[in-house]
Design a protein around this ligand. Structure first.
Ligand SMILES: Cc1c2[nH]c(c1CCC(=O)O)Cc1[nH]c(c(CCC(=O)O)c1C)Cc1[nH]c(c(CCC(=O)O)c1C)Cc1[nH]c(c(C)c1CCC(=O)O)C2
Length: 340
């Protein structure tokens, strides 16, 4: 039994005294204790060493007391496990030296055994569960197949992922074969995470908003739906698509327990588009954490009033920025805890 079950209650749609709160990318560079470890260990060492990954996961919890923890890791451990090389270059971000651009490239991509390739994540989950001591739930996550394809084809981050979109439109068969391999790997991975102890899973479709609504159905949503179908009876699933307001209806009807929204969609519109019954998560503009703490508190209270306290999980509309002052992040969390 988890002592603070606000997050799990909200995922079930149950009535709560106040909504739960966590922040996407809450284990990150705005925390000085994270920066200390970052000086000593490179990115994938931090992900692959259970002592480090579990420590980084609980850092924001110790400081702010969020209502859920999210395992420190990265969505790009999936392509790595599939035999696609991934580097994390300082001041640059993800870099994949051998991107997938043809059927031949695709044939080299494997659907791996999870324990063999990602056993370190399983160990990190078990160690994190011990550190959390059943105080709060732990969230596991994966990127959506489309978002993973974006990096596999583009080879690095991008403002528009033109090469990834071009690959889908010029070589649709290869694109679908890659998406299916990623989907199969992701399903096995998330099931293993649940078995290891995570209490919910979130699928990040960070680049879903790059696609037209029609292309979104074909190249992204179809595969996310497979993941939801495979996971929903094992753990609550949260689906978050950045820029994907047009898909909120499918998301709400998918069997997912909650749907994430970004800050370009109003609470009222999100409730309308999702039919008013599903738990929503979001959607504070991450740059709004640069406002003065008093203003942040006022805006968070207003946001809760707009979404309603029930069937709602307070979060940012995307990941926290690296240069957010500590007291501003605190104001965001405290405003929720003080909500009446
Ligand atoms: C697209 C994406 C990635 N990774 C992730 C996404 C989807 C979520 C989103 O859209 O924000 C997911 C992710 N990445 C990380 C987490 C940890 C858990 C959390 O606290 O939310 C999560 C959930 C750690 C990380 N992943 C990364 C960092 C920062 C790099 C570092 O610590 O050196 C962290 C804390 C690196 C990373 N990883 C990725 C990028 C683009 C970068 C570079 C970003 C940058 O440098 O600002 C890919």
């Amino acid at each position: 039994m988890i002592k603070n079950d606000l997050f799990l209650k909200a995922l079930k749609g149950e009535t709560v005294e106040r909504p739960p709160v966590w922040m996407m990318r809450q284990a990150g560079r705005y925390l000085p204790e994270f920066m200390e470890l970052r000086k000593k260990y490179d990115f994938f060492t931090r992900c692959q060493t259970p002592e480090l990954a579990s420590e980084i996961t609980v850092q924001p919890i110790r400081r702010y007391g969020m209502d859920a923890a999210i395992l420190f890791s990265d969505i790009l451990v999936i392509p790595q496990a599939m035999d696609i090389e991934v580097e994390m270059k300082p001041n640059f971000g993800p870099y994949l030296p051998n991107p997938i651009r043809s059927k031949e490239d695709l044939d080299k991509v494997i659907v791996p055994d999870i324990q063999d390739t990602l056993g370190y994540v399983i160990d990190a989950i078990k160690m994190t569960k011990e550190k959390l001591n059943d105080e709060i739930p732990l969230i596991g996550f994966a990127g959506s197949p489309w978002t993973i394809l974006c990096y596999c084809v583009e080879g690095q981050g991008s403002k528009s992922f033109d090469k990834a979109r071009g690959f889908c439109f010029t070589q649709p068969e290869a694109a679908h074969a890659l998406l299916q391999k990623i989907t199969d790997t992701t399903i096995a991975y998330l099931k293993a995470k649940v078995k290891a102890g995570v209490n919910a899973v979130q699928v990040f479709d960070s680049w879903g908003g790059m696609l037209s609504p029609t292309d979104y159905q074909e190249f992204s949503w179809k595969y996310i739906q497979q993941i939801v179908n495979a996971l929903k009876d094992e753990a609550p699933v949260i689906v978050f698509g950045k820029g994907c307001w047009f898909a909120l209806k499918e998301m709400a009807n998918s069997g997912a327990s909650a749907v994430g929204v970004d800050w370009t969609c109003s609470a009222q519109n999100a409730r309308y588009l999702t039919g008013g019954n599903i738990t929503l998560q979001g959607n504070f503009d991450p740059a709004r954490l640069l406002s003065p703490p008093e203003k942040i508190k006022e805006m968070v209270t207003q946001m809760i009033n707009e979404f309603g306290k029930d069937k709602y999980i307070v979060n940012l509309g995307h990941g926290i920025l690296p240069y957010i002052p500590l007291e501003n992040a605190k104001a965001f969390i405290d405003a929720v805890k003080e909500y009446k």
